[in-house]
Design a protein around this ligand. Structure first.
Ligand code: MG
Length: 225
């Protein structure tokens, strides 16, 4: 994977195109319990180090792609999150140098089968179903992530509202911590965690994650066939 600054002079109307996931990561590293109000609603305590887990890249979908409700779950939740996209190979990056390793930011929805998360005691199955990683609509390379509003809407109703300034571990903390564990490759995604207000979705629902300066990531939930 490599990112080039190439630009086409051709332009298209949004109604004539389909947006793909804006990046194909080797891995998606997610921060759990990174807003106090979300840790409270799950009745879990906040650690003094980030809690991280992985989502497979096979779960990725883009804007307007359907989220498929798995047959073996009866509680599937949205989790609106700010995502970081890595620009170049990163290993043991100190906080002060983190910005050199970041390509930009996008919206992410960390879809979770909450019932399976509770049954399993670890999170891999609950977080990893195909279509459980909506990302997009695009990567913004100019944005300052320090204090952006984040909102999640279910069928037009506001369900989550917070600011990235409320993150317990900020973007710099996460990149330093994660790159001290595993090498991050260009295109890898770090999902920074969700604020309070998570809740269930059912087939037919529309979920929108909106981040200030980034736009809206919209997806619909469909039944598994
Ligand atoms: Mg999450």
């Amino acid at each position: 994977l490599a990112f080039h600054g190439d630009r086409s002079e051709t332009s298209f109307d949004f109604k004539d195109i389909k947006l793909l996931p804006p990046v194909i990561p080797s891995k998606i590293v997610c921060a759990g319990l990174n807003y106090y109000d979300h840790a409270e609603e799950l009745k879990m305590s906040v650690s003094n180090e980030p809690v991280i887990f992985l989502k497979p890249s096979s779960a990725l979908i883009g804007a307007d792609d359907p989220i498929v409700y798995p047959k073996n779950s009866s509680r599937v939740d949205y989790e609106g999150e700010l995502a970081v996209v890595i620009k170049k190979k990163a290993r043991n990056v100190s906080r002060a140098l983190v910005s050199e390793y970041i390509l930009g930011y996008t919206c992410f929805n960390d879809i979770t089968a909450r019932d399976l998360q509770k049954i399993d005691g670890q999170w891999t199955r609950a977080k990893s179903f195909d279509t459980f990683a909506p990302i997009g609509p695009w990567v913004d390379t100019e944005l300052d992530p320090a204090d952006l509003s984040l909102r999640t809407y279910l069928n037009g109703e506001l369900k989550q509202i917070s600011r990235t300034s409320n993150l317990i571990f900020a973007v710099g903390d996460l990149v330093e911590f994660i790159s001290g564990i595993m090498t991050l490759f260009p295109g890898d995604v770090i999902a920074t965690g969700t604020p309070g207000g998570i809740g269930p979705m059912v087939p037919g629902d529309e979920v929108v994650v909106e981040i200030e300066g980034l736009g809206k990531l919209t997806n619909h939930v469909v039944k598994s066939i």
